[in-house]
Write a protein that binds this ligand. Structure first.
Ligand code: CA
Length: 297
């Protein structure tokens, strides 16, 4: 069920985020991108060139997506915006929660049609204060779901018929019927529930067999789940408790990149897990992802 001694978990680069999150593989440049939500930093690392670079957007950043033109689309503290990948300069597009200053954007991903989906949460974690939004290439923003506490873990099934979503404190993975043409979602239901002893479900990705990979906040692992049966199929153990998100990368999409956090760890916990906040990679992990969708701009 879980990794043995043959599995090698490497630290990608000796840098520790406060709240590392949102890993996305850029297939055009063969670079892994990830963020530090609380610091407002966006990191990039090129395994080929062994080069790490960082930009700052000067506000919290909940998620990024790669644009077809090469830049970043971001879900930020103050709404959606395009981010200059060299300088970090943000060109804001719009904020559907301009009237809710206590909220911020959290996790987001692009759908198969190149629309960007991202959810919000209260900075205080207030119950059901967040919503899920979509922005399309015409820059029209719409609300798709509400009454969400901490919006996380978006993934589309390989046949593009299902959207999976996580509202972390519920421990539930939710599924929606997804209409690729219109972007409509319907038939919200609980696909399966993560047992409390495994921590809370956070970020998520999907492999080429349609199984979900979930990062476990407080659960020391990423794990693979069959969304139809709700069965836990496999897990990779990690040397840090707050595992935040995961994605497949590398030219063949067979490397698994995993982000983590050191936020709110005590001094004793930090001694026990000195790599907390690192970006990890499991090269040739034995599973294969599907390419990250890009924003149509
Ligand atoms: Ca998250």
């Amino acid at each position: 069920m879980s990794n043995n001694a043959a599995i090698k978990i490497e630290v990608v680069v000796p840098y520790q985020c406060l709240l590392g999150e949102g890993p996305v593989w850029d297939a055009k440049t063969n670079v892994i991108c990830w963020i530090d939500i609380l610091k407002g930093d966006i990191h990039e690392y090129s395994p080929d060139r062994k080069k790490h670079s960082t930009i700052t957007v000067n506000q919290m950043v909940g998620a990024i997506a790669i644009c077809k033109s090469g830049g970043f689309m971001g879900a930020l503290k103050n709404g959606f915006g395009f981010i200059d990948r060299k300088t970090g300069t943000v060109k804001m597009i719009g904020n559907p929660e301009w009237h809710l200053p206590a909220n911020r954007f959290n996790d987001g991903k692009c759908d198969p049609e190149g629309r960007f989906w991202a959810g919000t949460m209260a900075c205080s974690n207030e119950h059901e204060a967040g919503s899920l939004y979509i922005i399309n290439k015409q820059k029209i923003i719409k609300k798709k779901a509400d009454a969400i506490t901490i919006s996380n873990g978006l993934a589309w099934s390989p046949d593009h018929l299902v959207l999976y979503h996580i509202d972390t404190p519920t421990s539930e993975v939710t599924s929606f019927q997804y209409d690729r043409v219109t972007g409509n979602i319907s038939h919200r239901k609980i696909a399966f529930k993560i047992p409390k002893e495994d921590g809370l479900p956070d970020g998520m990705t999907i492999d080429n067999n349609g199984n979900l990979w979930i990062a476990h906040w407080g659960g020391w692992q990423v794990s693979r789940w069959d969304p139809v049966t709700g069965e836990k199929l496999f897990s990779f153990s990690l040397p840090v408790s707050k595992v935040t998100s995961c994605t497949f990368g590398g030219k063949e999409l067979t490397d698994m990149y995993i982000t983590s956090a050191m936020q709110e760890l005590s001094e004793d916990e930090l001694k026990e897990q000195p790599l907390a906040g690192s970006l990890f990679v499991i090269r040739n992990c034995g599973f294969k992802g599907i390419p990250a969708n890009e924003f149509d701009a």
